[in-house]
Design a protein around this ligand. Structure first.
Ligand code: CTP
Ligand code: CA
Length: 224
């Protein structure tokens, strides 16, 4: 945490954060989702607000309370998350994508509940838009931070995402053996083009504060 005598690191800045899973309908009563709890994203949004930023948090379905002092907008699908993020992008200084966006959605969700019939059921899935890559490719782009959950070759996969999505920074966590998802603490390795740092295992609340300090440092280096 910054000293009492220092101005808040992100005073006057606008920060946009995505969090949680997305929920992709199969039919009116079923959906495809993942194990993301939204805790890391909510902690990041709270930490950015504590650092003085005006924070908008776009969250998929989670059971968490909205952090104090944060504007939270709830969405379900990746398409809704994309629409809400794009609507709030103008004026954003920093975009932090912690959401576990479903990579695919059901091509044609059924209008009625699907009845049990044969021994197998085929669902055709189509790729969802990459919200982070779209933000990072937008004109007047914010400082763009991604998250990557990897089970293997952490640095290689994280650096590939940094390059391919044209990010300013990526925070990677090792989810082999179920670590990171749906748990209270976490550790991160953070990469940018010409550097990296490690944030040791700790509660998501204190980890998010440490990450926001790293983001504020790199943001100030990049944007003054
Ligand atoms: N992301 C996003 N929109 C998507 C998919 C991912 O905004 N449709 C963002 C995530 O919020 C995260 C980053 O991209 O910040 C990396 O997500 P990840 O799932 O690790 O990467 P993918 O590009 O989807 O690759 P893969 O799942 O194959 O590892
Ligand atoms: Ca993915």
């Amino acid at each position: 945490l910054q000293s009492l005598f220092e101005a808040p690191r992100l005073a006057g800045r606008r920060v946009l954060v995505t969090a949680g899973p997305t929920r992709e309908p199969v039919d009116p009563v079923r959906y495809i989702t993942n194990r993301s709890s939204g805790r890391m994203g909510h902690a990041v949004a709270a930490a950015a607000a504590l650092a003085g930023a005006r924070v908008t948090l776009v969250s998929g379905p989670v059971t968490l309370e909205a952090p104090a002092g944060v504007e939270r907008l709830m969405v379900e699908t990746a398409a809704q998350m994309q629409e809400t993020v794009m609507a709030h992008l103008p004026g954003a200084d920093i975009f932090i994508a912690t959401a576990a966006v479903a990579d695919y959605r059901v091509a044609q969700p059924a209008q009625q509940k699907i009845k049990k019939q044969g021994d197998t059921l085929d669902l055709q899935l189509v790729k969802n838009p990459d919200i982070l890559a779209l933000v990072a490719a937008s004109g007047d782009r914010p400082f763009s931070v991604g998250f990557a959950a990897e089970t293997d070759s952490l640095e290689e996969h994280a650096r590939a995402k940094l390059e391919n999505k044209r990010l300013d920074m990526i925070a990677a966590n090792d989810v082999s053996g179920g670590q990171g998802f749906d748990v209270d603490d976490n550790a991160l390795r953070v990469f940018w083009r010409d550097g990296d740092c490690s944030l040791p295992r700790q509660s998501k609340v204190t980890l998010a504060r440490a990450l926001v300090q790293v983001i504020a440092d790199r943001f100030q280096m990049a944007r003054g």
